[in-house]
Design a protein. Structure first.
Length: 515
């Protein structure tokens, strides 16, 4: 039956967009259904009104986005007391964040429609607008690129290799482009168009599989990941601080000889560098094992009456001395700080039970017997730009320490781990991920997970982490490529208001969609 978004009842179009949005959330870990990402956007594209402007494309884009992000981020309602101390705020926080991210889908719908008005083929317009807005929502202190479409492809190693060239955002663009091409096939009923779609998919897939055949392991560093699975209620209770250290010590002593032993984020629940007794305990353990110990702990500085607190990672040498400290640069909004509170005095009065941390400024690169590495703390691993800065600073493998206990038994831990894998491929570096309650894992520069732990288990994972070369095209053009796309798309979107579509030569979009 021939119909378009105008002929669809408004409620029906909204329902179709909502179902399409929820479907996207099933394309990420732990579901192994990332291939669905190449088709689940088709109903939204056809029903939204973006193609011909005859539907309520702004509202429908928002409905799609709200369903998409609520389905992907419901776990925020399960946050622990360490993140949101006021219990009744958890559900509103999930809704507000989804509403905020939904605004970027409004911008996507608006921008795609403006580009279509310039006679740009709608599948290209959708891919460009979607990718530009996905990048935009990653920027600034409120940046949150969680559940970007490109992450859905991490289970498919052949397709995943695209990330070394165009990054996660490039894979997103491909996914949206294919969805748009499928929508065009349904509109025009030119089934021969499916052959072109097959080429678009098979070329990067085949190239990736061919690359993997020649991918041989290079230099490695033996590491041991300690996953203590200690509840926050126990860890942050001062009466149990000795118990926490005893568990970590016992687990470390049980490991084989490793160059680097890694404990998770805030594994030591004291200001270690200012706590002589606990520092002596860790130092003596490192001397006994003859290994470096990398651990997460809170830290602070005091200068001219001002105290600043940091979420830090500390490297202790086999001789028991502190070799270096990294202070987390990208803090969790409303979890570790209130955004813009230094600029607006009134924001300092807000108390959500958040940590009062300050961001670090140094791109610290540690050394493990001649092999440089950097640390990404918690959700710093979801920012391609930050990890790229570490690689450009000399890091050749990445250690991601995190505490995902507060996600609970939700999709959160799997989604978080999935995003970290992409950083290894984008920059061709190894990844060692150590999580308090899981998922801990070892990943090679091609995204292959060699070993991983389960959730909410006490475990030790020992094995080699690859030392990559960090030489990828994405390392060289990443960030600039996305920024250029964003600027061009916004410029064209604004230009569409003053330049009549009939003056622009290009592919004429059809006026009779088929649903």
């Amino acid at each position: 039956m021939d119909c378009n978004a105008e002929r669809l009842p408004r409620g029906a179009a909204a329902i179709i967009c909502a179902v399409s949005g929820v479907s996207v959330s099933f394309c990420f870990w732990p579901y192994r259904t990332g291939f669905l990402a190449f088709v689940v956007l088709v109903p939204f594209i056809l029903a939204s009104g973006i193609i011909d402007g005859r539907g309520r494309h702004i509202l429908n884009s928002f409905i799609f986005g709200l369903a998409y992000f609520l389905g992907s981020l419901y776990w925020i309602a399960m946050l622990g007391e360490e993140q949101i101390a006021v219990p009744w705020l958890r559900l509103p926080a999930a809704i507000v964040l989804s509403l905020y991210l939904g605004v970027f889908m409004i911008l996507t719908g608006w921008l795609a429609r403006r580009l279509v008005r310039l006679r740009i083929p709608f599948e290209i317009a959708m891919a460009a607008a979607w990718t530009a807005m996905e990048y935009l929502r990653s920027l600034g202190p409120l940046g949150f690129p969680w559940a970007s479409l490109g992450y859905s492809q991490t289970p498919y190693l052949g397709m995943l290799q695209m990330a070394a060239v165009v990054g996660t955002y490039g894979i997103t663009a491909l996914i949206v482009l294919v969805n748009g091409m499928l929508a065009r096939t349904l509109i025009t009923r030119r089934w021969s168009y499916l052959a072109l779609i097959a080429v678009v998919l098979l070329v990067p897939l085949a190239a990736g599989r061919l690359l993997l055949r020649g991918a041989v392991p290079g230099r490695t560093v033996e590491v041991s990941l300690i996953q203590p699975n200690i509840s926050g209620k126990v860890k942050w209770d001062k009466t149990y601080s000795d118990t926490t250290l005893a568990i970590l010590r016992r687990m470390t002593l049980s490991t084989p000889d490793s160059t680097l032993v890694i404990w998770p984020e805030t594994a030591v629940p004291v200001h270690l560098l200012h706590s002589p007794v606990e520092m002596y305990s860790v130092a003596s353990l490192a001397r006994h094992k003859g290994s470096r110990i990398l651990l997460g702990c809170p830290d602070y500085t005091y200068d001219e009456g001002v105290t600043m607190y940091f979420n830090s990672a500390v490297l202790v040498s086999p001789k028991g001395s502190v070799e270096g400290t990294y202070r987390k640069i990208h803090l969790v909004p409303f979890g570790e700080m209130i955004p813009f509170e230094k600029r607006f005095e009134i924001l300092k009065r807000i108390d959500l039970g958040e940590g009062d941390f300050s961001p670090g400024t140094d791109l610290t690169v540690f050394d493990a017997e001649g092999d440089p590495f950097a640390v990404a703390i918690c959700f710093e691993s979801i920012y391609p730009g930050l990890v790229g800065d570490f690689v450009r600073a000399g890091a050749r493998f990445i250690v991601n320490i995190t505490n995902d206990e507060w996600f609970g038994p939700s999709l959160g831990p799997s989604q978080h781990a999935q995003m970290a894998i992409m950083r290894a491929v984008e920059y061709r570096v190894g990844l060692a991920r150590c999580a308090n309650t899981g998922i801990s894992m070892l990943v090679d520069p091609y995204g292959r997970v060699s070993r991983q732990t389960g959730l909410f288990t006490r475990d030790v994972l020992t094995g080699p982490v690859a030392v990559g070369d960090g030489e990828t095209l994405y390392r060289k053009i990443g960030g600039r490529m996305e920024l250029a796309l964003l600027i061009v798309c916004l410029a064209l979107g604004l230009l569409s208001y003053v330049l009549p579509a009939r003056r622009v030569k290009g592919f004429d979009t059809p006026s009779r969609p088929v649903l």
